[in-house]
Ligand binder design. Structure first.
Ligand SMILES: Nc1cc(-c2ccc3ccn(Cc4ccccn4)c3c2)[nH]n1
Length: 248
């Protein structure tokens, strides 16, 4: 059965890239069932109002609870005779970090719903309503420690990271093995033809056919790169036999 992904946003066109290439093909192949909903379809006033001023004062606007409540009801009712429940994922700057490990966990779920906030975010009672009245698991997730204007960009990234882990979405060609961040080390340098380009040569070991030496060189490169760019990712399990982090 296809993994179902619902996205609610005031900018549904922002999610159009999900119809392209990889994710688009997975949709055609029936592996992913992606539905995008316009939050404004769940307003009833002439101006299709989705936001209002914050109680307690402060800058910016807050997303009103009622449209979100009706949008979630619509998502839960749509093509869902069994009354199944999606895991509601809400991007937010204050959320738990979105990591490859979280992507793997989410890729195992049959149904994810994404709420894309805008303005300063969504009225807190929507989260409480979703958990307590709709019985949904709700996760607030952050892409990183920087502030975006809304959740759409985050959802595009998460859907790509999660979707590519769904069996069949990625052909064997783009192998999922040796993915950086899978075992905590960054990826090694990669090369293709020609072997000599602009007076620059491909490291000879890669042309040697000595697969043991190639694997050793690649591991060494991953350690060195990780030490240089992401020392925070290095830990004891990457130490060599001498207990040191073998970095030339
Ligand atoms: N990793 C992330 C995620 C986000 C994010 C996600 C959703 C929304 C909805 C509104 N904003 C703007 C905003 C600005 C200031 C404080 C709160 N929110 C969002 C930002 N920023 N960075």
């Amino acid at each position: 059965p296809a993994m179902r992904l619902d996205v609610v946003s005031i900018f549904p066109d922002y999610l159009a890239p999900l119809e392209l290439s990889l994710i688009g093909k997975a949709r055609e192949d029936g592996l992913l069932d992606v539905r995008v909903h316009d939050l404004r379809d769940f307003t009833h006033d002439r101006h299709r109002t989705v936001d209002d001023t914050p109680y307690g004062g402060g800058a910016g606007m807050v997303m009103k609870p009622q449209p979100w409540s009706e949008a979630l009801d619509h998502v839960l009712a749509l093509d869902n005779p069994s009354g199944a429940r999606p895991h509601l994922v809400v991007p937010g700057p204050g959320g738990q970090p979105f990591t490859q490990a979280l992507a793997r966990q989410l890729a195992l779920e049959p149904w994810l719903a994404f709420a894309c906030g805008r303005y300063e975010g969504i009225d807190e009672r929507v989260y409480d309503h979703a958990r307590e009245d709709l019985g949904l698991e709700v996760s607030v997730v952050s892409l990183g420690d920087y502030v975006l204007n809304g959740g759409e960009v985050a959802v595009l990234a998460m859907v790509e990271a999660i979707g590519r882990l769904v069996p069949g979405v990625i052909g064997n060609a783009e192998s999922l093995v040796e993915e950086s961040h899978e075992d905590g080390l960054l990826e090694y340098p990669i090369y293709t033809k020609p072997s000599s380009w602009n007076g620059r040569e491909v490291p000879p070991v890669l042309l040697s056919g000595n697969h043991g030496a190639i694997a050793a060189w690649r591991h060494e490169q991953r350690l060195a790169r990780t030490a240089a760019r992401r020392p925070d990712l290095l830990h004891a399990s990457h130490a060599g036999p001498h207990g040191d982090l073998e970095i030339s």
